[in-house]
Every structure is written in structure tokens, then in C-alpha cells.
Design a protein around this ligand. Structure first.
Ligand code: HEC
Ligand code: HEC
Length: 314
């Protein structure tokens, strides 16, 4: 219920051309009712049998090594003081835009990269669970994630490398809020500029930006910022990936198990978009590590049903 009301508040603020930034607004007012965001629970495997690979042993990867590797991006760019987990962007130049152009989307991607490079972003720095576990890379995946917004977009920047890479890669998601549902653009920002991608991102990003889940409790630089960022992600508007409007691949039948579909549904009133077998990697990880469903553990028979659905080859 709470979520629905907040989403309405966002929609209304969009109409009035105002920007709602819950954290700064509340701290400016000194509002005592502002609830602390729920801390992110530590990642603990629960032996559901859903994982395809044994949980990775990272006990040799120390906190000191983590901090050193994270700082290699430029220590002045990270661990920033903050009041809001999201940086406010200047107002959009084209008033009354209904659908941003590809050039406008790319300009937002470049603008947020520049802000990060100048130390003007508020990154959450962590070793992410979903990309570190299973067969994706099986070594620490280092992420700096920052959020930005104005009244027409939410922009996310991911600055990423694995523990054995030299160079940091830049990835972006822009949510165009001038259309309903919002449209998500995904891109890899290369030397030559942003290159849009779709399917390769959609297999983990089923509903747009993902909440941040560190693979170990201490492998995050600012846990309260992580919690505040995740609250922003949980309250995001319903959106769909732009690439599906141009290449509507057939993803087969959506997941219909009721203990997931209560929230993950094609019905526009649901919290999140539908899940398909394409999304089996984040499904296996988030359920096994106890994050999904959010408020309880699945019963053995429910795990068996989910496992059976994931194992059908189609
Ligand atoms: C293997 C799964 C996976 C794939 C594939 C993937 N991502 Fe992500 N992405 C994640 C996870 C997980 C996070 C959150 C990281 C964390 O918990 O530290 C994330 C975070 C992000 C963020 C920061 C905002 C957010 O969602 O929290 C951006 C931007 C992003 N990804 C862009 C991309 C783009 C662009 C692509 C395709 C080129 C892509 N990702 C492909 C798993 C994936
Ligand atoms: C009570 C509502 C609810 C239920 C039930 C639920 N989820 Fe979620 N799920 C969410 C929300 C909200 C998010 C985004 C915030 C987060 O990741 O913490 C999410 C995130 C996810 C994600 C990451 C992609 C995304 O949509 O952000 C996956 C994958 C996922 N859930 C799988 C499942 C599976 C599988 C089940 C059933 C076993 C399930 N969830 C049950 C609410 C729910």
C-alpha cells in the first residue's frame, strides 16, 4: 500500500514539474516521521538446490583488498557525504517532452559519467552478489553505483570491473518518465560514447534497475547509503525496456507461481514486471540467498515447483 501511495506521489510531482527527493525534503524539514530505510540483510545461502554452482568461498578476499581495489577508480570519487542517495540533475531543456529522443537519452548518460568522474556522484561501492555468484564470473565483481534524477528521468550509472581487470567499464540505465509506462534504455558507455544494448542486460534487469545486494556483509562501503538506495529502487515506477519495443523477442510463458506473481506480473498494478525463464539467473540467486520473496522463506514444496519451472528447456 505504502508503495502505491509513493508511486502516486511521484506521478503527481511529475505532472506539476516538481521533483520529489524524499531524503533531502525530509531532512530539510527535520521531519521525525521519516522512517529509516530497512537495512540490507546479509547474503546467506539457504541450500534450496536452486543454485547451479556451489556458493563461492571469498574468505581470502579481505576488506582491506576490497577498499584498495574500490579506491583504484580515484578515491576522491567515492565515499561521499550524502543526505539523499540520488543526485538532482538540472531541469530538462525541452519543456513538455513526450518521449525523449535517443540523443537526449545518450546526453543524460554522458552527463552522469562526467559527474561521477568529477566526484559529484554519490556512489554505493560494493562487491555485488548476483554477478559474483554462479557462473557469471566467479570472482569478485566490483561495482560503484550512482543514481540521478530530474522531473523527466531517473538515470543510473554503474562503474564496474572484476577483481582481476585493470580498467573500469561504464554502464548506464536511463528511465524516460515522460511516457507511461516509463521506458528503460540500457547502454555500455565506450570511448566512442553510449551504445544501446537490450537482451544482454534484460536477462538480469527484468524490471529496470536492480536493488544492490553485496555478496558479503562487509563488502560495501556505506551500508546506510545502500539501504537508502534500495528504498529508491523499490519505489521505482513501472517501466519496460526500450529494446523490447523495437525487437519484441518471444520470451515464452511468464512465471505463474502465485507466490511470485502476487508482485511480479504483467498486470500494470503489480509492483514489478513479469519474470520469464530468461531471468533464471537472478531468480536462482535471489531466492537461494533469501531475498525473494521479501518477507518469508519458501516452503519446500514451493521451492520444488519453482525448480521444476526453471528446469523446463524452452
Ligand atoms: C549477470 C546479471 C547482470 C547483467 C547481465 C547486467 N546487469 Fe546491470 N546489474 C546487475 C546487478 C546485480 C546490479 C546491482 C549490483 C549490486 O548489487 O552491486 C546491476 C546494476 C546495474 C546498474 C546500476 C543501477 C542498478 O540497477 O542498480 C546499471 C546502470 C546497470 N546494471 C547496467 C547494465 C547494463 C547496461 C547491462 C547490459 C549491458 C547490464 N547492466 C547487464 C546485474 C546484471
Ligand atoms: C511481496 C512482493 C514480492 C514477492 C511475493 C516476490 N517479489 Fe521479487 N521483488 C519484489 C520487489 C519489490 C523487488 C525489487 C526490490 C528488491 O529487489 O529488493 C523484487 C525483485 C526481484 C528480482 C530482481 C528483478 C526485479 O524485479 O527487480 C527478482 C529476480 C525477483 N524479485 C524474483 C522473485 C521470485 C522468483 C519470487 C517468488 C519466489 C518473488 N520475487 C516474489 C517483490 C516481490
Amino acid at each position: 500500500m505504502m508503495l502505491r501511495r509513493l508511486r502516486l506521489a511521484f506521478a503527481a510531482s511529475g505532472l506539476l514539474g516538481l521533483t520529489l527527493v524524499p531524503f533531502t525534503v525530509h531532512s530539510d524539514e527535520g521531519n521525525q516521521e521519516q522512517k529509516e530505510p530497512k537495512p540490507v540483510a546479509p547474503a546467506v545461502p539457504t541450500n534450496t538446490g536452486l543454485l547451479l554452482e556451489p556458493p563461492l568461498d571469498l574468505s581470502d578476499f579481505t576488506y582491506e583488498t576490497f577498499v584498495e581495489m574500490m579506491s583504484s577508480v580515484g578515491p576522491e570519487k567515492i565515499r561521499k557525504p550524502w543526505t539523499s542517495p540520488v543526485v538532482l540533475l538540472p531541469r530538462h531543456t525541452r519543456a513538455d517532452a513526450k518521449g525523449l529522443t535517443a540523443e537526449e537519452v545518450k546526453a543524460y548518460m554522458m552527463q552522469t559519467k562526467t559527474l561521477f568522474d568529477k566526484g559529484k556522484a554519490i556512489p554505493v561501492s560494493d562487491v555485488g552478489l548476483i554477478s559474483t555468484q554462479e557462473d557469471v564470473i566467479r570472482r569478485p565483481m566490483l561495482n560503484h553505483i550512482s543514481g540521478f534524477e530530474n522531473d523527466v528521468v531517473r538515470v543510473y550509472l554503474l562503474v564496474q570491473k572484476t577483481s582481476s581487470d585493470q580498467d573500469w567499464g561504464y554502464y548506464s540505465i536511463v528511465q524516460d518518465l515522460t511516457v507511461d509506462p516509463a521506458l528503460d534504455y540500457y547502454a555500455h558507455i565506450r570511448e566512442s560514447g553510449p551504445h544501446f544494448e537490450g537482451q544482454s542486460c534484460y536477462k538480469c534487469h527484468s524490471s529496470g534497475p536492480l536493488a544492490i545486494h553485496p555478496t558479503r556483509e562487509d563488502l560495501v562501503l556505506d551500508a546506510p547509503l545502500n539501504a537508502a538506495f534500495n528504498q529508491h529502487i523499490a519505489e521505482q515506477p513501472r517501466s519496460r525496456p526500450h529494446f523490447l519495443t523495437e525487437h519484441p523477442e518471444d520470451h515464452g510463458e511468464p512465471l505463474t507461481l502465485k507466490f511470485c506473481v502476487r508482485c511480479h506480473t504483467q498486470d500494470k498494478d503489480g509492483d514489478r514486471d513479469a519474470l520469464f525463464r530468461t531471468h533464471s539467473h537472478p531468480i536462482r540467486v535471489l531466492v537461494d540467498f533469501g531475498y525473494m520473496p521479501p518477507n518469508r522463506r519458501l516452503k519446500p514444496e514451493e521451492i520444488a515447483e519453482l525448480k521444476a519451472w526453471l528446469e523446463v528447456n524452452s
